[in-house]
Design a protein around this ligand. Structure first.
Ligand code: SAM
Length: 262
């Protein structure tokens, strides 16, 4: 099997692993499923066997005809899965995503999928182990981070499988993990508050070694920042990593309308 580095191609070679991932995804016959990067079909095969209605996005055009021949019931699309307006392409709601993601674009793909709770219900995706750890780290935890906060507002998440490099051909340099994310029907606090939390988090995490107060003072004047922190009842002497979910939500709820839009 030829593998193209630029497409992040690392193929699973043990059919039992593909079957185990599809089992962990909890898909049922007739479910609508999106697979990103079917490659040589390691997950496509067990998904078809599970009787789901499958749409697959594969960027490598050399793989398309082989996939379509082998899996005639699957809608195979030769398309990039980054920057897709998902609701306009996938009709209805309750979609599952099952994928061994190309690691170079896994984070933007996961973030974009989570932005559409009206379309997607659950993502069961293989990513680099270190990215999986960041995804499932809730705010306030030891490895709290901006991606983990974004995920926490939009889904519940857990690591359901870990894999060593030898599970793939060619083996990647890193370990891998499958994460399952169950989307919340709407983000915590509602879409407006969640979007504002993400803006504050961008500011807070953008200046990592600074306290939250000093990070925010980097984008807005001190007087406004101090009034906002006090209104939100958040100690600005902490760093972004130390804030728990409620503190982030209070910052989102109390963010003044005239805060800078950047
Ligand atoms: N699912 C197969 C497996 O588990 O063996 C292949 C997984 S491999 C890690 C990632 C797959 O995603 C490759 O088939 C690659 O060509 C495809 N791919 C890479 N970038 C993509 C993109 N932006 N959109 C859709 N597919 C992409």
């Amino acid at each position: 099997m030829d593998a193209k580095k630029r497409f992040g191609q690392h193929f699973l070679h043990d059919p039992a692993i593909g079957r185990a991932i599809v089992h962990l995804a909890g898909v049922a016959k007739g479910d609508a499923v999106l697979e990103i990067g079917p490659g040589h079909g390691a997950l496509t095969q067990p998904l078809v066997e599970a009787g789901v209605r499958l749409t697959a996005f594969e960027l490598d055009r050399d793989l398309l005809s082989g996939l379509q021949e082998r899996f005639p019931s699957v809608e195979v699309r030769g398309q990039d899965a980054v920057d897709v307006d998902w609701p306009s392409i996938l009709p209805g709601s309750g979609w599952h995503v099952v994928a061994n993601l190309p690691y170079n674009v896994a984070t933007p793909i996961v973030a974009q999928l989570l932005a559409h709770p009206g379309t997607f219900r659950r993502l069961t995706v293989m990513v680099q182990r270190e990215v999986a750890d960041r995804i499932v780290a809730p705010p306030g935890s030891r490895i709290a981070n901006r991606l983990g906060l974004y995920v926490d507002l939009r889904a519940t998440s857990q690591v359901v499988m870990t894999l060593a490099p030898g599970a793939f051909r060619p083996p990647p340099k890193v370990h891998s993990a499958v994460v399952r994310l169950d989307l919340r029907p709407e983000p915590l606090g509602g879409e407006g508050v969640a979007t504002r939390v993400e803006t504050v988090a961008r500011w807070g995490y953008g200046a990592r070694r600074k306290t939250l107060r000093n990070a925010l003072r980097g984008v807005w004047d001190a007087e406004h920042v101090d009034a906002w922190l006090s209104q939100a009842d958040v100690d600005g002497g902490q760093r972004a990593e130390a804030l728990d979910r409620d503190a982030w939500l209070r910052l989102g709820r109390t963010m003044p309308a005239d805060a800078p839009a950047r």
